[in-house]
Design a protein around this ligand. Structure first.
Ligand SMILES: Cc1cc2nc3c(=O)[nH]c(=O)nc-3n(C[C@H](O)[C@H](O)[C@H](O)COP(=O)(O)O)c2cc1C
Length: 372
């Protein structure tokens, strides 16, 4: 089985093809420091057979903190806490990449009083209107990404993943739905991509040539957003990834608007699974030039062993990335290896904490009989 074979991801050697996709664990203090429970969770994931953990998104700047209990990587002061987290994962033989993010217009009003975006925007699916970033603030935000990546390297993380999906700031710049700028940061695809290019350039200067840097990329926005990021443009961004010195792409969706584009519910049959698979196949096509192929991770609805194996065997992706199934069963890879055929997760989306009384951690809240 390809699933259980080792593979290279940039300069990282991984024991198998299972990636824990970034999952906002909500296990941090108000100052963004990781709580001990986060390390416990990561150790469970390692002993359960996950080849690479990608942390939940961490904020690069206080103005980009998406929600309460989010982990921070925005200040040097956090490096010792992050290093302790990484050391704890390495001690048990695991590998861990950190996802770095700025929420832009999607930050909760509980964490950011005035949200920012490429352009002024006020739409129903946002908690509050966002104002356009100034040219100077764009520069500061690029530096914030780079400094966060530098901290990641100092803390010992095995890699960095940029969050370029799900409607957060990098995705907002790429999307003509949000990015209505008429200066060098908006308009043509090349201009909308400038923010990502500059982030990649600044990150590379900070971490050096050999350090693995990936992106989780939303290849297209929800079709009901007019004019959203088109698949054609999303694929052009994938094609530019090698040029931007990125070492791999995790294929996902863009701005969902009021639709749940990225984590839809009720994935019950094999046909419902792997809902971004066609995009991964297209990403593979535009990013490989015969000898060199950019590693592709596929996320979204992967639930059963035969589907996962088929995705890899067909060459549509190199890695299987899982979020919700590992909230239910952190040891899912080991279970699949032992003969379990599919995840018990029914994608009910009761893993998002909805109120303080439910506790801060992200966990499966469905009654056990419903999960089974
Ligand atoms: C509770 C929860 C938290 C999530 N947090 C993040 C995150 O921090 N960063 C990210 O890129 N995606 C995040 N996602 C999206 C998942 O990584 C994944 O793309 C999506 O759920 C589809 O994969 P799945 O079907 O395996 O769950 C989150 C999803 C859920 C349900």
């Amino acid at each position: 089985m390809v699933l259980f074979t080792p593979a290279e991801l940039g300069s990282l050697s991984l024991p198998n093809r299972f990636v824990r996709s970034a999952t906002a664990e909500r296990m941090a203090t108000a100052a963004g420091r990781p709580l001990p429970a986060l390390l416990d969770l990561y150790r469970q994931l390692v002993s359960g057979g996950v080849g690479l953990i990608i942390t939940g998104h961490m904020y690069v700047d206080a103005g980009g903190k998406c929600h309460p209990e989010m982990t921070g990587i925005h200040e040097d002061d956090l490096i010792p806490d992050l290093a302790a987290l990484v050391d704890g994962v390495h001690e048990v033989g695991g590998k861990v990449a950190v996802q770095i993010n700025h929420g832009g217009m999607q930050c909760s009003r509980d964490t950011v009083a005035q949200t920012v975006a490429p352009s002024d925007i006020n739409v129903e699916f946002l908690q509050q209107p966002a104002r356009a970033l100034t040219e100077e603030e764009i520069g500061e935000t690029i530096r914030a990404f780079a400094q966060a990546a530098g901290r990641a390297r100092l803390a010992g993380f095995d890699a960095v993943q940029l969050h370029g999906a799900h409607g957060y700031l990098i995705n907002q710049f790429l999307s003509p739905y949000v990015n209505r700028r008429t200066d060098a940061w908006g308009g043509s695809l090349e201009n909308r991509m400038r923010f990502l290019r500059e982030v990649c350039r600044a990150v590379r200067v900070e971490v050096g040539e050999d350090y693995p840097v990936f992106i989780k990329l939303g290849l297209a926005d929800s079709p009901d957003l007019e004019p959203g990021l088109s698949l054609e443009d999303g694929l052009a961004v994938v094609a530019a990834c090698s040029d931007m010195k990125l070492d791999g792409v995790e294929v996902s969706g863009g701005i969902g608007g009021s639709r749940n584009l990225n984590s839809p519910t009720r994935i019950r049959r094999p046909d419902d699974e792997a809902y971004f698979r066609a995009w991964a196949r297209a990403a593979r096509e535009v990013s490989s030039d015969g000898a060199v192929a950019l590693p592709i991770m596929l996320v979204g609805g992967l639930r059963s062993l035969p589907v996962m194996e088929d995705v890899l065997a067909s060459g549509d992706a190199d890695f299987i990335s899982l979020c919700r199934p590992l909230i239910c069963e952190p040891d899912l890879p080991a279970r699949l290896r032992a003969g379990q055929e599919r995840a018990t997760c029914i994608s009910g989306n009761r893993c998002w904490p909805v109120g303080v009384e439910e506790g801060i951690a992200c966990k499966c809240r469905l009654p056990k009989q419903e999960v089974a």
